[in-house]
Design a protein around this ligand. Structure first.
Ligand code: CO
Length: 267
């Protein structure tokens, strides 16, 4: 397995791709309203991506028919947008999107609540996001990849949640999926050594219930086997000698201080 190290020029392009995708998520998240179809969400997302001069990387990827994966409630990932599937108050909706800017990819996902959602759903979303941040505390030159995996899994499982096994994060760059694979649960090996200039898509997929998933007959949509809710949180990050750089953090998140070290973690 070989993990590509991006040059300074490539890192600039990855940053630009990430910034655009963060804007797409920022804007698309604000558009979600009860009564909308998942097809409308995809159309809006694709228009936004193209308006920034980017290509939606998911469209036609292995035959995937849309630009945005829209996964509702018990759907984990890769939900296919349709005109029939309407979103309702109380739903949780995972939006996963990827863009290509001047040949470089970024990939990010967010789970949103539609209107008022249950306490259980809000906690799942919040803890799924936090599991990402627990993981990337270890995302640093000289550390090993599976330190990230172990930390994500330990945090999510501490709440009794099920961490999806069948799908993993990945390296990213001139391709959407590059080496290495990045599991979200405890590993026996330590994994590759992280190096400055690696760009990774870290993406915990966490179920409120059991970890088991199954595929619907469309061959794409992944759902929880027990019907429990599932949340997804993904960013493209850059490994450095210090804190990782999160290339796809949204403006709202950075205004909220999400992604900044908490008081207790500060030296
Ligand atoms: Co991804």
């Amino acid at each position: 397995m070989s993990v590509s190290i991006k040059s300074a020029r490539e890192i600039e392009l990855m940053r630009a791709a990430g910034k655009i995708l963060a804007k797409v998520h920022e804007n698309l998240g604000k558009e979600l309203k009860p009564g909308m179809s998942t097809w409308e969400i995809d159309k809006l997302g694709e228009e936004m991506i193209r308006s920034f001069g980017c290509i939606p990387s998911f469209k036609n990827y292995n035959g995937y028919p849309a630009a945005i994966c829209v996964s509702v409630n018990n759907e984990v990932v890769h939900g296919i947008p349709t005109k029939k599937h309407l979103i309702h108050e109380g739903d949780i909706v995972s939006l996963d999107a990827g863009v290509i800017y001047k040949g470089y990819h970024s990939d990010a996902a967010r789970t949103h609540g539609v209107g008022e959602i249950s306490k259980e759903a809000a906690l799942l979303i919040e803890r799924t996001r936090q599991s990402f941040f627990e993981g990337i505390k270890y995302a640093k030159d000289g550390n090993h990849l599976h330190e990230i995996s172990n930390a994500i899994g330990a945090y999510a499982e501490s709440f009794g949640y099920g961490v999806v096994r069948e799908l993993v994060g990945h390296g990213i760059g001139t391709h959407l999926h590059e080496d290495p694979q990045i599991p979200n649960f405890a590993q026996k090996s330590r994994g590759v050594r992280l190096k400055s200039g690696m760009t990774l898509a870290v993406e915990p997929m966490i179920n409120a219930g059991r970890p088991d998933v199954e595929w619907l007959s469309d061959d794409w949509t992944v759902v929880t086997e027990d019907g429990s809710l599932s949340a997804h949180y993904e960013n493209t990050i850059l490994i450095t000698d210090g804190e990782p750089e999160i290339l796809t953090l949204t403006e709202t998140e950075s205004n909220l201080g999400i992604g900044e070290p908490k008081g207790e973690d500060r030296a």
